[in-house]
Ligand binder design. Structure first.
Ligand SMILES: Nc1ncnc2c1ncn2[C@@H]1O[C@H](COP(=O)(O)OP(=O)(O)O)[C@@H](O)[C@H]1O
Ligand SMILES: [Mg+2]
Length: 213
């Protein structure tokens, strides 16, 4: 079973958005997918509830990992984990023990970058990461291209020892698809093609050996 986690020390950076979209990508590919929500707010589980209303879209198993073990049913191909915000130090290591692949969404804002740099330092110190037992990468999220703050984020991320896969633009398509319990990949292609292009490097990385220990 492949295990993929979305984590960052700060809330609102796009963990749930990435987790739900990655889950739909693999589910639409015909894989058996489970989505474990570690966040007590339960946003990924709410998204799954909205998704229940449709026929003809692939099922995704929901796991309430904030109140129980993150155990997927047998035969699950992909377990996607939506981690809680504000975890540090030993908690990070404990969390990573179950994870082959970690994606870190980062917002281009000075406050987020400051919080994130502490988190990334802790992450690089984690034994799991330094021994490459967990492979990590960054995704810049909610980006307005050609802004100063995005240039600052690019420069900052360029100095790190962590691959930056892509940036996802600020787009209403994320909000529209989320409220329906769908993924971007399940909206009309004419509406989302520009966003989907930005997802290509994420899918490529997740499908390659580079994201696996
Ligand atoms: N690229 C994006 N464009 C527009 N809105 C976004 C984007 N990514 C996330 N959002 C919105 O930002 C808010 C926070 O994102 P969310 O995924 O819930 O963050 P987290 O799970 O890290 O707290 C949500 O309302 C979500 O719909
Ligand atoms: Mg969330």
């Amino acid at each position: 079973m492949r295990t993929i986690m979305l984590m960052n020390a700060k809330g609102g950076c796009g963990k749930t958005t990435l987790a739900t979209n990655i889950a739909t990508w693999f589910a639409d590919e015909g894989k058996k997918v489970a989505l474990a929500d570690f966040d007590p707010q339960g946003s990924s589980l709410d998204w799954l509830k909205a998704r229940d209303g449709y026929e003809g879209i692939p099922n995704i198993e929901g796991i309430d990992a904030a109140n129980g073990p993150a155990t997927a049913t047998r035969g699950t191909d992909y377990l996607i984990m939506d981690a809680p915000a504000a975890i540090h130090g030993k908690e990070i290591n404990a969390m990573l023990r179950r994870v082959q692949t970690l994606l870190i969404p980062v917002l281009p804002s000075p406050i987020d970058m400051r919080a994130c740099s502490r988190f990334l330092e802790e992450m690089l110190k984690s034994g799991r990461v330094s021994k490459q037992q967990t492979k990590i990468a960054i995704v810049a999220n909610r980006v307005w291209e050609r802004t100063n703050v995005y240039r600052q984020l690019e420069e900052y991320l360029g100095h790190l020892q962590i691959p930056v896969l892509t940036h996802l633009r600020e787009s209403q398509n994320y909000i529209r698809s989320a409220e329906k319990g769908l993924g971007l990949f399940e909206l009309a292609p004419s509406q989302v093609w520009h966003d989907l292009e930005q997802w290509d490097p994420i899918i490529e990385w997740l499908s390659s050996s580079k994201s696996q220990p």
